[in-house]
Design a binder for this molecule. Sequence first.
Ligand code: LLP
Length: 421
Amino acid sequence: MKVAFPRRRGRLFCEEVDLARLADREGTPVFVYSRRHLLERLAELKRSWTGRDPLICYSVKANSNLAVIKTLLEAGAGLDVVSGGELKRGLKAGARADRIVFAGVGKTRDEITAGLKAGVLYFTVESLPELEAIDAAAAGMGKRAAVAFRVNPHVDPRTHRFITTGTVENKFGLDLEQAREAFRRCARLGYVEPVGLQMHIGSQITAPGPFEKALKKLLALYRELRGSGFKLAYLDLGGGMGISYDGRPVPSARDYSRRLAPLLKDCPARLVLEPGRWLVGGAGILLTRVTYLKKQPIKNFVIVDAAMNDLIRPALYDAFHRIEPVAVRRRTKIRADVVGPVCESGDFLGKDRVLPEPRPGDLLAVRDAGAYGFTMSSNYNSRPRPSEVMVAGKRYRVVRKRESVADLWRGETIPDFSRAK
Ligand code: LLP
């Protein structure tokens, strides 16, 4: 696998594109994505499951830019979507509906109808009331809806508590008993067809153990249900494979498949995977420019033009992202917090970082910002959201233009009673 962000003579590149030049032309803050990295990761994941030919449904929430979705679709991915908006995005990017799985705990009637109309492969169902709602919507359309039940295996994935989804305390999925009940319910309802089982135990998981534990439970249920006559064509293991944010090694895709594939040996179901971060996280960086260096008696602050509204992961999860100068220059090192201009103490991109002393105008790269970066961005403090750029070899394209200030109040109106005297 080639390095997506190589350094040449001290300058940081994305593939063959000099990032300092790109920033001069396109402005900052800007998210930059390597197309090659996306393709290589998808190919690596496929290779690691040879013989099983899993349907890899890229989890659109990680990065829903049309160009990113399109790149992965063209390389053979399907999609995992969680809202009507993501479904429409996927279709807009050219996805085949029968390669889309539709997840989420709170699908509305409109979203269910949209999924049925499009003809998604299946809905992942997370509660009995949702099953009834899908049945009713399908009945109204005279269609049958394919459903896979999300099982909560009650396994601790040992990740941040905000991104843990497979324990008793989480809102996600059905426990084993509820799942059995759901299958019985299907037999009584006329318009839902159970086609599979799904699990997703959390995100940024960096060991195969929790997957293995959860899969064993899922497989026990799978066998039991097949024994009772349910065919179950799909077994969906969700997403969650973590990446290295600090440079320390994490298990490879093959490390996971090596542990999980033997368990699946006699399982005839088509395997479905829903990776998000693992495919796109390392493909992106956030480029930002230093506005000020503020030296204080006990702390230094590098104030940059990107903020928590652009990349909220550090503020929300205390997440670590490497921050590097785009051009390496010989300077004395300082220890500083890298912070944005937003009016919150939680507005930081990095704490206590040792960096060559930055000067105003210098560029910094926040690494591994391809997943849950732009998709979680906001307009807080009336900050237009950054542009997004995709690099392919020597070429690059702006794949989402920077928001303008006028975009900030698009759709707002001043009511007539405020003008009335
Ligand atoms: N499938 C389901 C049902 C999910 O809920 C998720 C993510 C995925 C797949 C993809 O997970 P991944 O492979 O990316 O771990 N905003 C957080 C992560 C939230 C993940 C939510 N669900 C973060 O920035 O770390």
